[in-house]
Ligand binder design. Structure first.
Ligand code: DGL
Length: 259
């Protein structure tokens, strides 16, 4: 079982930012990545549909023999991970906005969070936010339209810059010193965000923490792959494989799959 692959899924191409962290920390682990691009964005879809799509992705990864599943999507985690954990017999790793470290370290007492509607309105997010960030000013903005642009290969576009300028304005006004990226598509925006934000604002996401958690849970379940054979990394999308290829930036095979 330990030589079986890690399964990773997202509503689209954004979870590749999490795949990169996992691959860097655990280079000998085989991985299978599913990009459900045809159904992106999940954000506006509501809990029931997001859960149904997460079930579909999970079952495909299990059919391919995955030993652990990383839900590389804040929206799917905050809406569906409890269901998945209750119904399937493999460990699940989820991702949530890094509101806790931002709330602990802010000096201006103001923190910005950019996420999807599905994440911001979820019960899990309100719980975390209520627990750690009650004493600070949290400026939440829905990143409407961002996922769609990235899915269409329009990461570096004027439209993206204009959208981000509008979303960041109230955060800059409130003097935030941390911006939390609450969607796995958003780490790809970091160079653009750094240009638009004042220098003192730190941009944080949960990618590295998810990779460390994956390592810890594999270890705990005696599932770490100890073989030194180079890892096989498979990428499947029901959208345009070229968009993932361009984000991965290397020589990776990305296959179209109708799922
Ligand atoms: N990458 C997904 C997330 O982390 C995007 C959500 C969406 O499809 O709306 O939330």
């Amino acid at each position: 079982m330990s030589s079986n692959p890690i399964g990773i899924f997202d509503s689209g191409v954004g979870g590749t930012s999490i795949w990169k962290e996992i691959h860097q920390l655990l280079p000998h682990e085989h991985t299978i990545y599913l990009s459900d691009s045809v159904n992106a964005p999940y954000g506006p879809k509501g809990k029931e549909t997001i859960t149904a799509l997460s079930i579909k992705n999970t079952e495909l990864l299990l059919k391919k023999g995955c030993k652990l599943i990383v839900v590389a999507c804040n929206t799917a985690t905050t809406n569906a991970i409890n269901y998945l954990r209750q119904h399937y017999n493999v460990p699940f790793i989820g991702i949530e906005p890094a509101i806790k470290p931002a709330a602990l370290h802010t000096k201006t007492n103001a923190v910005g969070i950019l996420a999807t509607k599905g994440t911001l309105s979820s019960a899990l997010f309100s719980k975390t936010s209520g627990e750690f960030a009650q004493h600070i000013n949290v400026i939440e903005r829905e990143g409407k339209g961002i996922v769609e642009l990235i899915e269409r290969g329009k990461l570096h576009s004027e439209t993206m810059k204009s959208l981000l300028t509008v979303y960041l304005e109230p955060m800059i006004k409130a003097n935030i010193d941390y911006l939390v990226l609450g969607c796995t598509h958003y780490p790809y925006l970091t160079p653009i965000l750094s240009e638009l934000l004042p220098n003192h604002v730190r941009i944080i996401d949960s990618g590295a923490a998810v990779a460390r958690q994956t390592q810890a849970i594999l270890n705990e379940n005696s599932l770490l792959n100890t073989s030194l054979i180079p890892a096989k990394n498979e990428f499947y999308t029901n959208g345009d494989p070229e968009v993932i290829r361009s984000l991965l930036g290397g020589d990776f095979d990305v296959e179209y799959l109708n799922f």
